[in-house]
Design a protein around this ligand. Structure first.
Ligand code: NI
Length: 161
């Protein structure tokens, strides 16, 4: 699986629900987890590999890889925090993003089993970041305009170099 980069229109489209969650999703999830590991990332969403379906995988330290299909954000904390984020589709770029500290999510795994998870820390953050990808939203969209512009200039310069 190749990871699409910023500028690819697929990253800006809204992903469609997976219906039904067929056995092929075990293979798709396994390939996404492999691409995630190859890219040394902690989260990867379907649109990033050209799959406009509501699926993402996350793998944070001291945890097993997790697969989220058709996720719903049931709730988020009032409290927010700033934390540095990056994205496999915008390699080498990092910025502090403000998000809720914790999130409650309901989803199905690659075997079609439903689950509910409450997460905070890095896991909570990566879930919110990947969920954004399903809506065509990138972390740079959550920066102030001056910060986004300066990050984009840096990114363009690096691409030219
Ligand atoms: Ni990302």
């Amino acid at each position: 699986m190749d990871i699409l980069r910023l500028g690819d229109e697929t990253l800006r489209q809204k992903a469609e629900p997976v219906k039904p969650i067929g056995p092929e999703y075990r293979q798709i999830a396994a390939e996404m987890i492999k691409a995630l590991h190859d890219g040394r990332g902690i989260g990867l969403a379907g649109p990033q590999v050209g799959l406009l379906k509501r699926i993402f995988v996350v793998h944070v330290e001291d945890d097993l890889p997790r697969v989220f299909i058709n996720p719903s954000i049931i709730g988020t904390s009032q409290e927010e925090a700033r934390y540095e984020e990056g994205c496999l589709s915008i390699p080498g770029m990092y910025a502090e993003v403000t998000r809720p500290v914790s999130v409650k999510v309901q989803a199905w795994n690659e075997r079609g089993r439903p689950f509910t998870l409450e997460a905070d820390g890095i896991l909570g953050r990566v879930i919110l970041h990947e969920y954004d990808h399903l809506e065509g939203v990138l972390f740079i969209d959550r920066l102030s305009e001056p910060k986004r512009n300066s990050l984009m200039r840096k990114y363009e310069n690096r691409k030219k170099a």
